[in-house]
Design a protein around this ligand. Structure first.
Ligand code: SGN
Ligand code: CA
Length: 528
């Protein structure tokens, strides 16, 4: 294994100053010139709308991410199809639901890399394509002129990267900086500048266990956050929610998640934590211990219990997440500055999203998986090429299967029939098609598994959500999202809900038919 010195520890490299002529390419289609815009797709891991100030101002400021929205568009109803990393990435890259791309979960699946993906189609249409960072699809990337990925979940400190010749190298520095360096380097030096390009910048951050860069450790320590109203949820009427193992109070590990490492203390994930921080060099480790040392001493001295301990955990979780997010926001700023300096912004679609949303204490949780709002939603903001007129908020319901057809259309590539998503291009042109989808389909499969979220599928409309938990359980849930936006009251089976339940079941059956999901619910068989 080779070790690369990047010297990038918290000293973000400035963008290259020289300006290049970088207009987008064009190709002839039906005798007409068709512009081929560049695509810069930035995706983080587990970044949720609650923690992005253009969506939610309660907690944190994300000035660079907000820049994208301020200059472009912000999707206020953006969702995933299966709230988990690998599956989400497979949906995004194929434009198809999990049942069609066959990557159902993180634990048993290997992505069939021979299948159709949008990067392959863009490459065939003359694009230079690249992916850097977290990949998580088990098979190696195909359809890219350049790729360099982290193995599995990747590491925050001095991470390994798998290179295109299938070598594993270790780089020195903090992962969010390193992935950004690689992306900027490819845009500047790696690609053929006569061609349009598409780069996927996939961050490891802000995934568990939220190891911040040492330069950001001291941030946000003066902040105290109110617990969400439903932090002490009792899950009444929601048996699948009651069965989960992603509770901040019960399941968050004192050492692995909360960093309260002391030689005489044990925890389930202590050795994993030691492995991760064991990657640090001396200076990194010294900065780490200097920061956490007094917090550890204070914690074990005070020894909080019960609700006080739950609140203490929540505060530390929020702060660690925000510190890790800070690097991400800074590094997205670097990419935007680079594109601006190189005069690329006018011809480039810049997308920022996450592989799914996340719980920040809502229902008492961290993690995702459930079809409930916080984790079914995902941030989505875009800076548009200058020919596109949309600005501000877009409220149509969109899903991560929509990105592939959008990028293909933007490149002037015909969208294959079997793609299940809808192109967002009309919305980006400022149109609001009357026949835009009125219902979204969702299907989560990873069970039995970590966090114990049972298998479920469901349908979400503007006002309602119907969920069926199945496998070792057979439970329906129905929410009126207008009356009960935090999904605390399961009204399935309650008098007065018969009509809406019937309509939603019919919709669900139609969507399962449309997407050809072999796990079918039959409304005729089930007339409850
Ligand atoms: C790891 C985490 C889980 C997380 C999954 C999936 N555990 O297994 O908390 O739900 O990843 O996340 S850890 O002990 O390894 O941190 S995903 O975003 O990649 O799907
Ligand atoms: Ca994720």
């Amino acid at each position: 294994m080779r070790m690369f010195q990047s010297g990038l520890f918290c000293s973000l490299t400035g963008v290259v100053a020289a300006s290049t002529l970088a207009s987008c390419a064009s190709q002839k289609k039906n005798g007409e010139e068709q512009k081929q815009y560049n695509i810069v797709y930035i995706m983080t891991d587990d970044h949720t709308q609650q923690m992005m100030s253009c969506y939610d101002q309660r907690y944190v400021e994300t000035p660079n991410l907000d820049r994208i929205a301020a200059d472009g568009v912000r999707f206020t109803n953006s969702f995933v199809a299966n709230s988990l990393s690998g599956p989400s990435r497979a949906c995004m890259i194929t434009g198809k639901h999990s049942c069609a791309n066959k990557f159902y979960d993180n634990t048993t699946c290997v992505f069939d890399a021979s299948q159709q993906t949008f990067p392959k189609l863009l490459q065939q249409a003359g694009y230079e394509t690249a992916v850097v960072g977290k990949w998580h699809l088990e098979s190696l990337p195909t359809g890219f002129n350049y790729w360099e990925i982290v193995p599995g979940q990747g590491d925050y400190y001095n991470p390994d990267f798998i290179t295109q010749n299938n070598d594993t190298i270790q780089k020195h520095g903090y992962v969010t900086n390193l992935i950004t360096d690689d992306a900027i380097d490819w845009m500047e030096n790696g690609r053929d500048k006569d061609k349009p390009f598409c780069i996927l910048i996939h961050h490891k951050a802000i995934h568990r266990n939220w190891l911040a860069d040492t330069c950001n450790l001291a941030l946000y320590e003066d902040k105290t956050f109110p617990l969400p109203d439903n932090f002490f949820d009792d899950y009444e009427g929601r048996s699948a929610a009651a069965a989960q193992e992603m509770s901040i109070a019960k399941d968050m590990d004192m050492i692995y998640d909360l960093k309260m490492l002391r030689p005489d203390k044990q925890s389930r994930l202590k050795s994993l934590y030691e492995k991760y921080i064991g990657r640090m060099d001396e200076a990194q480790r010294a900065a780490w211990d200097k920061f956490y040392g007094p917090i550890i001493d204070d914690f074990y001295k005070k020894n909080p219990q019960g609700k006080e301990l739950a609140n203490w955990k929540f505060q530390r979780y929020m702060r660690d997440y925000m510190k890790t997010l800070k690097s991400l926001d800074d590094n997205v700023g670097r990419v935007l500055d680079y594109l601006k300096e190189k005069n690329l912004l006018d011809n480039t679609l810049v997308v920022y999203t996450s592989d799914q949303g996340f719980y920040m204490g809502e229902h008492g949780w961290f993690d995702k998986r459930f079809m409930y709002e916080e984790s079914m939603r995902t941030p989505l903001v875009m800076h548009l090429p200058k020919d596109f007129k949309a600005k501000g908020e877009i409220s149509e319901m969109v899903q991560n299967i929509d990105y592939a057809p959008t990028f293909l259309q933007l490149a002037g590539v015909e969208v294959p029939e079997d793609i299940q998503g809808e192109s967002l291009l009309p919305l980006l042109k400022g149109e609001h098609p009357q026949d835009w989808r009125k219902a979204l389909y969702y299907h989560f499969y990873e069970y039995p598994a970590e966090h114990s979220v049972k298998r479920h599928y469901g349908v979400r409309t503007e006002q309602y959500k119907l969920i069926h938990f199945y496998n070792d359980i057979d439970v329906w849930e129905l929410y009126d999202l207008k009356a009960d936006p935090t999904e605390m009251h399961n009204i399935y089976g309650q008098p007065g809900t018969e009509d809406v339940t019937q309509e939603l079941k019919a919709e669900l059956a139609e969507l399962q038919e449309l997407y050809n999901d072999p796990v079918r619910f039959s409304p005729d068989r089930d007339k409850e």
